[in-house]
Design a protein around this ligand. Structure first.
Ligand code: NAI
Ligand code: MG
Length: 352
Protein backbone atom coordinates (compact mmCIF):
# COMPACT_ATOMS: atom_id res chain seq x y z
CA UNK A 1 0.00 0.00 0.00
CA UNK A 2 2.13 2.84 -1.29
CA UNK A 3 0.72 6.19 -0.25
CA UNK A 4 2.04 9.57 -1.38
CA UNK A 5 1.56 12.03 1.47
CA UNK A 6 1.50 15.64 0.26
CA UNK A 7 0.78 18.06 3.12
CA UNK A 8 1.32 21.19 0.97
CA UNK A 9 0.96 24.62 2.53
CA UNK A 10 -0.47 26.44 5.53
CA UNK A 11 -2.58 24.21 7.76
CA UNK A 12 -1.86 21.31 5.37
CA UNK A 13 1.41 20.94 7.29
CA UNK A 14 -0.52 20.65 10.57
CA UNK A 15 -3.54 18.54 9.68
CA UNK A 16 -1.94 15.88 7.46
CA UNK A 17 0.36 14.62 10.25
CA UNK A 18 -2.81 14.04 12.31
CA UNK A 19 -4.35 12.05 9.44
CA UNK A 20 -1.15 10.00 9.24
CA UNK A 21 -1.40 9.22 12.97
CA UNK A 22 -4.97 8.02 12.48
CA UNK A 23 -3.94 5.88 9.50
CA UNK A 24 -1.16 4.24 11.46
CA UNK A 25 -3.45 3.64 14.43
CA UNK A 26 -6.26 2.10 12.37
CA UNK A 27 -4.01 0.30 9.91
CA UNK A 28 -1.10 -0.82 12.07
CA UNK A 29 -1.59 -4.37 10.76
CA UNK A 30 -1.49 -3.22 7.12
CA UNK A 31 1.60 -2.94 4.92
CA UNK A 32 1.43 0.87 4.98
CA UNK A 33 4.21 2.51 3.01
CA UNK A 34 3.91 6.27 3.51
CA UNK A 35 6.17 8.61 1.55
CA UNK A 36 6.11 12.35 1.89
CA UNK A 37 6.43 14.73 -1.08
CA UNK A 38 6.43 18.47 -1.63
CA UNK A 39 3.87 20.54 -3.49
CA UNK A 40 2.74 24.15 -3.60
CA UNK A 41 4.50 27.09 -2.00
CA UNK A 42 6.46 24.87 0.38
CA UNK A 43 7.88 23.22 -2.71
CA UNK A 44 8.59 26.50 -4.51
CA UNK A 45 10.64 27.58 -1.50
CA UNK A 46 12.51 24.27 -1.47
CA UNK A 47 13.12 23.73 -5.19
CA UNK A 48 11.66 26.58 -7.24
CA UNK A 49 8.87 24.36 -8.58
CA UNK A 50 5.28 24.03 -7.37
CA UNK A 51 5.07 20.46 -8.67
CA UNK A 52 8.64 19.10 -8.84
CA UNK A 53 9.59 15.99 -10.79
CA UNK A 54 10.36 14.18 -7.51
CA UNK A 55 6.71 14.55 -6.48
CA UNK A 56 5.46 13.42 -9.89
CA UNK A 57 7.71 10.33 -9.60
CA UNK A 58 6.46 9.67 -6.08
CA UNK A 59 2.84 9.84 -7.30
CA UNK A 60 3.69 7.51 -10.20
CA UNK A 61 4.88 4.80 -7.84
CA UNK A 62 2.04 5.24 -5.32
CA UNK A 63 -1.40 3.61 -5.10
CA UNK A 64 -3.12 6.65 -3.56
CA UNK A 65 -2.48 10.26 -2.61
CA UNK A 66 -3.27 11.88 0.70
CA UNK A 67 -3.27 15.61 0.06
CA UNK A 68 -3.50 18.60 2.41
CA UNK A 69 -3.95 21.94 0.69
CA UNK A 70 -1.89 24.44 -1.25
CA UNK A 71 -1.97 28.18 -1.50
CA UNK A 72 -1.47 31.36 0.46
CA UNK A 73 -0.61 34.99 -0.29
CA UNK A 74 3.07 34.44 -1.25
CA UNK A 75 2.09 31.55 -3.47
CA UNK A 76 -0.68 33.48 -5.24
CA UNK A 77 1.86 36.27 -5.91
CA UNK A 78 4.41 33.84 -7.28
CA UNK A 79 1.78 32.14 -9.46
CA UNK A 80 0.86 35.39 -11.19
CA UNK A 81 4.49 35.79 -12.21
CA UNK A 82 4.86 32.10 -13.07
CA UNK A 83 1.59 31.24 -14.79
CA UNK A 84 2.10 27.54 -15.29
CA UNK A 85 -1.29 26.58 -13.97
CA UNK A 86 -2.21 25.11 -10.63
CA UNK A 87 -0.38 21.90 -9.69
CA UNK A 88 -3.57 20.56 -8.14
CA UNK A 89 -5.57 21.17 -11.33
CA UNK A 90 -2.72 19.54 -13.23
CA UNK A 91 -2.78 16.48 -10.99
CA UNK A 92 -6.56 16.21 -11.34
CA UNK A 93 -6.22 16.36 -15.11
CA UNK A 94 -3.14 14.15 -15.54
CA UNK A 95 -4.57 11.46 -13.26
CA UNK A 96 -7.97 11.84 -14.99
CA UNK A 97 -9.70 12.34 -11.65
CA UNK A 98 -13.04 13.26 -13.11
CA UNK A 99 -15.28 12.87 -10.08
CA UNK A 100 -14.88 14.44 -6.67
CA UNK A 101 -17.06 12.82 -4.01
CA UNK A 102 -17.96 15.09 -1.11
CA UNK A 103 -20.07 13.31 1.48
CA UNK A 104 -21.89 15.90 3.59
CA UNK A 105 -22.88 14.05 6.74
CA UNK A 106 -23.71 15.55 10.07
CA UNK A 107 -22.18 14.02 13.15
CA UNK A 108 -25.16 14.10 15.53
CA UNK A 109 -22.74 15.31 18.23
CA UNK A 110 -22.30 18.54 16.23
CA UNK A 111 -25.94 19.37 15.66
CA UNK A 112 -25.60 22.47 17.81
CA UNK A 113 -22.26 23.53 16.32
CA UNK A 114 -23.94 24.12 12.97
CA UNK A 115 -25.21 27.65 12.35
CA UNK A 116 -28.32 26.07 10.82
CA UNK A 117 -31.37 25.23 12.94
CA UNK A 118 -31.20 21.70 14.33
CA UNK A 119 -34.57 20.62 12.93
CA UNK A 120 -33.39 21.42 9.39
CA UNK A 121 -30.26 19.29 9.51
CA UNK A 122 -31.29 16.35 11.66
CA UNK A 123 -30.18 13.19 9.85
CA UNK A 124 -28.35 15.14 7.15
CA UNK A 125 -26.63 12.75 4.75
CA UNK A 126 -26.05 13.94 1.22
CA UNK A 127 -23.36 13.34 -1.34
CA UNK A 128 -22.15 16.00 -3.74
CA UNK A 129 -20.36 14.71 -6.82
CA UNK A 130 -18.43 17.49 -8.49
CA UNK A 131 -17.06 17.03 -12.00
CA UNK A 132 -13.34 17.74 -11.85
CA UNK A 133 -11.80 17.70 -15.32
CA UNK A 134 -13.77 20.24 -17.29
CA UNK A 135 -15.78 23.44 -17.04
CA UNK A 136 -14.57 27.01 -16.73
CA UNK A 137 -11.50 25.94 -14.73
CA UNK A 138 -9.96 24.26 -17.75
CA UNK A 139 -11.86 25.62 -20.79
CA UNK A 140 -9.93 27.32 -23.56
CA UNK A 141 -9.65 30.04 -24.67
CA UNK A 142 -8.69 31.72 -21.45
CA UNK A 143 -6.60 34.67 -20.39
CA UNK A 144 -6.13 38.35 -21.02
CA UNK A 145 -7.83 39.61 -24.18
CA UNK A 146 -6.70 43.20 -23.79
CA UNK A 147 -4.24 44.73 -21.37
CA UNK A 148 -4.83 48.34 -22.40
CA UNK A 149 -5.04 50.27 -19.13
CA UNK A 150 -8.63 51.24 -18.39
CA UNK A 151 -9.90 48.73 -21.00
CA UNK A 152 -8.46 45.50 -19.69
CA UNK A 153 -10.48 42.43 -20.49
CA UNK A 154 -10.09 38.79 -19.49
CA UNK A 155 -11.94 35.61 -20.36
CA UNK A 156 -12.52 32.09 -19.18
CA UNK A 157 -14.58 29.59 -21.11
CA UNK A 158 -17.21 27.27 -19.69
CA UNK A 159 -16.76 24.16 -21.75
CA UNK A 160 -17.88 20.55 -21.51
CA UNK A 161 -17.81 17.65 -23.92
CA UNK A 162 -20.63 15.17 -24.02
CA UNK A 163 -18.20 12.44 -22.96
CA UNK A 164 -17.15 14.35 -19.84
CA UNK A 165 -20.75 14.90 -18.76
CA UNK A 166 -21.68 11.31 -19.51
CA UNK A 167 -18.84 10.00 -17.38
CA UNK A 168 -19.73 11.99 -14.27
CA UNK A 169 -23.46 11.41 -14.79
CA UNK A 170 -22.85 7.65 -14.61
CA UNK A 171 -20.90 8.19 -11.39
CA UNK A 172 -23.89 10.12 -10.02
CA UNK A 173 -26.47 7.49 -10.93
CA UNK A 174 -24.32 4.65 -9.62
CA UNK A 175 -23.79 6.42 -6.31
CA UNK A 176 -27.54 7.13 -6.00
CA UNK A 177 -28.27 3.48 -6.69
CA UNK A 178 -26.15 2.51 -3.66
CA UNK A 179 -27.98 5.08 -1.50
CA UNK A 180 -31.56 6.39 -1.46
CA UNK A 181 -31.93 6.30 -5.27
CA UNK A 182 -32.43 10.03 -5.79
CA UNK A 183 -30.18 12.07 -8.04
CA UNK A 184 -30.44 15.84 -8.40
CA UNK A 185 -28.49 17.33 -11.31
CA UNK A 186 -27.58 20.98 -10.80
CA UNK A 187 -26.98 23.26 -13.79
CA UNK A 188 -27.85 26.66 -15.21
CA UNK A 189 -29.53 25.42 -18.35
CA UNK A 190 -31.80 28.47 -18.49
CA UNK A 191 -28.93 30.77 -19.55
CA UNK A 192 -25.81 28.75 -20.38
CA UNK A 193 -25.34 26.70 -23.56
CA UNK A 194 -22.83 24.43 -21.85
CA UNK A 195 -25.41 23.67 -19.20
CA UNK A 196 -28.13 22.93 -21.77
CA UNK A 197 -25.85 20.18 -23.03
CA UNK A 198 -25.26 19.12 -19.42
CA UNK A 199 -28.99 18.70 -18.81
CA UNK A 200 -29.57 16.84 -22.10
CA UNK A 201 -26.77 14.36 -21.48
CA UNK A 202 -27.68 13.72 -17.82
CA UNK A 203 -31.28 13.11 -18.88
CA UNK A 204 -30.15 10.68 -21.59
CA UNK A 205 -27.90 8.76 -19.20
CA UNK A 206 -30.80 8.65 -16.75
CA UNK A 207 -32.76 6.37 -19.10
CA UNK A 208 -30.25 3.65 -18.22
CA UNK A 209 -31.13 4.00 -14.53
CA UNK A 210 -34.94 3.77 -14.36
CA UNK A 211 -34.72 2.85 -10.67
CA UNK A 212 -33.12 6.22 -9.81
CA UNK A 213 -35.36 9.27 -9.53
CA UNK A 214 -33.71 12.12 -11.48
CA UNK A 215 -34.52 15.78 -10.80
CA UNK A 216 -32.92 18.98 -12.06
CA UNK A 217 -32.31 22.27 -10.29
CA UNK A 218 -30.78 25.55 -11.41
CA UNK A 219 -27.74 26.33 -9.34
CA UNK A 220 -29.23 29.44 -7.73
CA UNK A 221 -32.28 27.48 -6.58
CA UNK A 222 -30.03 24.65 -5.42
CA UNK A 223 -28.04 27.10 -3.28
CA UNK A 224 -31.30 28.08 -1.60
CA UNK A 225 -32.67 24.55 -1.23
CA UNK A 226 -29.43 23.44 0.45
CA UNK A 227 -30.24 25.78 3.32
CA UNK A 228 -34.02 25.43 3.23
CA UNK A 229 -34.42 21.65 2.96
CA UNK A 230 -30.99 20.01 2.93
CA UNK A 231 -32.26 16.60 4.02
CA UNK A 232 -34.38 16.33 0.85
CA UNK A 233 -31.23 15.69 -1.15
CA UNK A 234 -29.62 12.31 -1.62
CA UNK A 235 -26.98 12.70 -4.36
CA UNK A 236 -26.22 15.93 -6.20
CA UNK A 237 -24.20 15.80 -9.42
CA UNK A 238 -22.89 19.04 -10.83
CA UNK A 239 -20.13 20.74 -12.78
CA UNK A 240 -16.73 21.79 -11.56
CA UNK A 241 -17.47 25.38 -10.56
CA UNK A 242 -20.98 24.91 -9.19
CA UNK A 243 -19.77 21.89 -7.23
CA UNK A 244 -16.89 23.88 -5.78
CA UNK A 245 -19.23 26.59 -4.51
CA UNK A 246 -22.15 24.42 -3.38
CA UNK A 247 -19.94 22.05 -1.42
CA UNK A 248 -18.42 24.88 0.64
CA UNK A 249 -21.97 26.07 1.32
CA UNK A 250 -23.07 22.56 2.26
CA UNK A 251 -20.03 22.23 4.53
CA UNK A 252 -21.47 24.85 6.82
CA UNK A 253 -24.53 22.66 7.40
CA UNK A 254 -22.22 20.24 9.18
CA UNK A 255 -20.68 22.93 11.34
CA UNK A 256 -17.38 23.72 9.62
CA UNK A 257 -15.31 23.47 6.48
CA UNK A 258 -12.87 21.70 8.78
CA UNK A 259 -15.18 18.65 8.99
CA UNK A 260 -15.47 17.66 5.34
CA UNK A 261 -13.32 15.12 3.51
CA UNK A 262 -13.35 14.34 -0.19
CA UNK A 263 -12.31 11.61 -2.57
CA UNK A 264 -11.28 12.27 -6.16
CA UNK A 265 -11.67 9.20 -8.30
CA UNK A 266 -10.77 8.72 -11.92
CA UNK A 267 -10.65 6.27 -14.72
CA UNK A 268 -7.54 4.71 -13.19
CA UNK A 269 -7.30 2.97 -9.86
CA UNK A 270 -5.36 5.76 -8.19
CA UNK A 271 -7.39 8.24 -6.14
CA UNK A 272 -6.58 11.51 -4.42
CA UNK A 273 -8.00 12.16 -0.97
CA UNK A 274 -8.13 15.61 0.55
CA UNK A 275 -10.12 17.81 2.89
CA UNK A 276 -12.32 20.21 0.95
CA UNK A 277 -10.87 23.28 2.66
CA UNK A 278 -7.80 25.23 1.58
CA UNK A 279 -4.56 26.16 3.31
CA UNK A 280 -6.31 28.64 5.66
CA UNK A 281 -3.40 31.09 5.94
CA UNK A 282 -5.42 33.09 8.49
CA UNK A 283 -5.07 30.34 11.09
CA UNK A 284 -1.91 28.53 9.90
CA UNK A 285 0.90 27.79 12.33
CA UNK A 286 -1.25 28.31 15.43
CA UNK A 287 -2.23 24.73 16.20
CA UNK A 288 -5.94 25.64 16.01
CA UNK A 289 -7.01 24.14 12.65
CA UNK A 290 -9.51 21.32 12.74
CA UNK A 291 -7.75 18.12 11.58
CA UNK A 292 -10.95 16.06 11.29
CA UNK A 293 -11.53 16.76 7.57
CA UNK A 294 -8.03 15.45 6.87
CA UNK A 295 -8.47 12.48 9.20
CA UNK A 296 -11.82 11.63 7.56
CA UNK A 297 -10.11 11.92 4.15
CA UNK A 298 -7.72 9.19 5.29
CA UNK A 299 -10.79 7.08 6.09
CA UNK A 300 -12.15 7.71 2.57
CA UNK A 301 -8.77 6.64 1.21
CA UNK A 302 -9.00 3.32 3.03
CA UNK A 303 -12.58 2.83 1.83
CA UNK A 304 -12.38 3.91 -1.81
CA UNK A 305 -8.66 3.59 -2.52
CA UNK A 306 -8.08 0.22 -0.87
CA UNK A 307 -11.53 -1.23 -0.16
CA UNK A 308 -10.75 -1.45 3.55
CA UNK A 309 -14.22 -0.72 4.89
CA UNK A 310 -13.56 -1.96 8.41
CA UNK A 311 -10.46 0.19 8.89
CA UNK A 312 -12.27 3.21 7.39
CA UNK A 313 -15.07 2.77 9.90
CA UNK A 314 -12.54 2.43 12.69
CA UNK A 315 -11.32 5.96 11.93
CA UNK A 316 -14.83 7.38 11.54
CA UNK A 317 -15.88 5.69 14.78
CA UNK A 318 -12.89 7.20 16.59
CA UNK A 319 -13.83 10.67 15.34
CA UNK A 320 -17.35 10.18 16.67
CA UNK A 321 -16.06 8.94 19.99
CA UNK A 322 -13.84 11.97 20.44
CA UNK A 323 -16.66 14.34 19.51
CA UNK A 324 -18.99 12.53 21.91
CA UNK A 325 -16.43 13.12 24.67
CA UNK A 326 -16.83 16.84 23.99
CA UNK A 327 -13.45 17.60 22.40
CA UNK A 328 -13.70 20.52 19.97
CA UNK A 329 -11.37 22.68 17.91
CA UNK A 330 -12.26 26.37 17.76
CA UNK A 331 -14.30 26.20 14.55
CA UNK A 332 -16.80 23.73 16.07
CA UNK A 333 -16.58 24.98 19.66
CA UNK A 334 -19.77 25.11 21.67
CA UNK A 335 -20.78 25.80 25.25
CA UNK A 336 -19.67 23.18 27.74
CA UNK A 337 -17.21 21.51 25.33
CA UNK A 338 -13.46 21.12 25.83
CA UNK A 339 -11.38 23.22 23.48
CA UNK A 340 -8.35 21.43 22.04
CA UNK A 341 -5.69 22.24 19.47
CA UNK A 342 -4.90 20.50 16.18
CA UNK A 343 -2.35 18.10 17.67
CA UNK A 344 -4.36 17.26 20.74
CA UNK A 345 -7.38 16.45 18.57
CA UNK A 346 -5.23 14.30 16.29
CA UNK A 347 -3.76 12.41 19.22
CA UNK A 348 -7.19 11.85 20.78
CA UNK A 349 -8.51 10.36 17.53
CA UNK A 350 -5.46 8.13 17.06
CA UNK A 351 -5.78 6.88 20.63
CA UNK A 352 -9.52 6.24 20.25
P1 NAI B 1 -9.85 28.08 3.08
O1 NAI B 1 -10.67 26.88 2.91
O2 NAI B 1 -8.39 27.92 3.23
O3 NAI B 1 -10.39 28.90 4.36
C1 NAI B 1 -11.70 29.45 4.43
C2 NAI B 1 -12.05 29.75 5.90
O4 NAI B 1 -12.29 28.53 6.58
C3 NAI B 1 -10.92 30.44 6.65
O5 NAI B 1 -11.45 31.37 7.55
C4 NAI B 1 -10.24 29.32 7.39
O6 NAI B 1 -9.62 29.72 8.58
C5 NAI B 1 -11.40 28.37 7.67
N1 NAI B 1 -10.93 26.97 7.69
C6 NAI B 1 -10.55 26.24 6.61
N2 NAI B 1 -10.15 25.03 6.97
C7 NAI B 1 -10.26 24.98 8.32
C8 NAI B 1 -9.96 23.97 9.31
N3 NAI B 1 -9.48 22.77 8.98
N4 NAI B 1 -10.19 24.28 10.60
C9 NAI B 1 -10.68 25.47 10.96
N5 NAI B 1 -10.98 26.46 10.07
C10 NAI B 1 -10.75 26.22 8.78
O7 NAI B 1 -10.17 29.02 1.85
P2 NAI B 1 -9.53 30.43 1.44
O8 NAI B 1 -9.20 31.23 2.63
O9 NAI B 1 -10.46 30.96 0.44
O10 NAI B 1 -8.20 30.06 0.68
C11 NAI B 1 -6.90 30.07 1.29
C12 NAI B 1 -5.90 29.49 0.30
O11 NAI B 1 -6.18 28.12 0.08
C13 NAI B 1 -5.95 30.13 -1.09
O12 NAI B 1 -4.63 30.29 -1.55
C14 NAI B 1 -6.71 29.14 -1.93
O13 NAI B 1 -6.36 29.19 -3.28
C15 NAI B 1 -6.29 27.85 -1.31
N6 NAI B 1 -7.24 26.74 -1.51
C16 NAI B 1 -6.68 25.52 -1.75
C17 NAI B 1 -7.46 24.41 -1.89
C18 NAI B 1 -6.78 23.11 -2.13
O14 NAI B 1 -5.57 23.03 -2.06
N7 NAI B 1 -7.50 22.06 -2.40
C19 NAI B 1 -8.93 24.50 -1.80
C20 NAI B 1 -9.43 25.81 -1.47
C21 NAI B 1 -8.58 26.89 -1.34
MG1 MG C 1 -13.30 25.12 -2.96
Amino acid sequence: MKIAVLPGDGIGQEIIPQAVKALKAAGGHLPLDLNQGEIGWTSVVASGEALPQSTIDLIDRSDAILFGAIGGPEYEDWKRKNPRGSPLLRLRQDMKLFANYRPITLFPELINASPIKAELIQGLDLLIIRELNGDIYFGEPRGMVSDTPGQRESINTMRYTEAQIRQVAHAGFKAARRRRKKLCSVDKANVLETMLLWRDVVTEVGREYPDVELTHLFVDAAAMELIRRPTHFDVIVTGNMFGDILSDEAAMLTGSLGMLPSASIGTGAKGLFEPIHGSAPDIAGKDIANPLAAILSAALMLRYGFELEEEAQRIEGAVRQVLARGLRTGDIMEKGATRVGTQEMGEAVAKA
